[in-house]
Design a binder for this molecule. Sequence first.
Ligand code: KG4
Ligand code: ZN
Length: 343
Amino acid sequence: GGAGPILAIESSCDETACAVLDRSGAILSERVLSQQEHLPFGGVVPEIAARAHLAHLPVLAATALADAGVAAGDLGAVAASTGPGLIGGLIVGSHFAKGLALSLGVPFVAVNHLEAHALTARLPGLVPDGAPFPYLLLLVSGGHCQCVAVDGLGRYRRLGGTIDDAAGEAFDKVAKMLGLGWPGGPALERLARDGDPAVHPLPRPLLGRPGCDFSFSGLKTAVAQRIAALPRDAEGVIRRQDAADLAAAFQRSVSLVLADRVAHALAMMPDATLLVVAGGVAANAEIRANLLGLATERGIGFAAPPLRLCTDNAVMVGWAALERLRAGLAGRNGLDTPPRPRW
Ligand code: KG4
Ligand code: ZN
């Protein structure tokens, strides 16, 4: 019944994920399967993603329930991301969840994937005082790059965002140019450790400009131009040290730009007492350090969820659903809600 644990499902991109949370938000189990099916293509292929979600989801859900020691019949609700994201995966995940909820006679909760990222910091035990509203959210992933004023549950104001590429997308594209694997962010960060950012200095787009919009396509072009001018060996490959120096310079530019844009966003949101960073790019140590430095300098709190909760996962979906259920904002009949790729 209503007090039973919640099963949550995430399938909006290339992570198939399931989690079980009890009603207080304690995580009983969590499983994330990062689809390997896309590796040969150097990027997510939507049709392949949908088929992989379909193949993996039933097994993953059963595994998550078994991990939690929860029988399906004891669930009190089922939640899924219903957008934004790739339509095929959203259909697979939300219909699986709706079918289960319907068969169990429990509520289905439709969750906005971005709201789930936004609310993750409020998971019990992550931040000392539970990340009270209002706070400033920097959401930086492969598909998203924006500053959001989180004024309350369901009350979000977009203060600024990217005018071209998302930060993670820029990491992935530059990594590709440097001959690194995909996804590129983690590989680029590793390579940058061996590099000197001062050797091939790169532009810092929009740094110091009013507002808190982002732009990364010019930076990406600057990297391409630098690479074109580098010496190459007989096989046409650039020197590893040059690649490492460029990676370090790119990471330096992105981290300085992100901190600068967030500083402007904080000026637009004077009541914020906390800065929260979420999304896959928040895994980057230099970026985290710069943001922490900024928050400390401004005398506000800083919260970055642990890495596994920064990238796409189902725990955040379950938590957002619980917050909505508690506040009476979950909607009466979630079964009516369609998947919304551009929500
Ligand atoms: O949130 P996420 O898992 O998926 C969405 O895009 O929604 O984020 C993935 C993005 C990718 O672009 C990946 O390259 C980037 O996050 N990323 C990183 C790092 N780890 C993941 N970027 C920079 N440094 C990292 N350590
Ligand atoms: Zn995401």
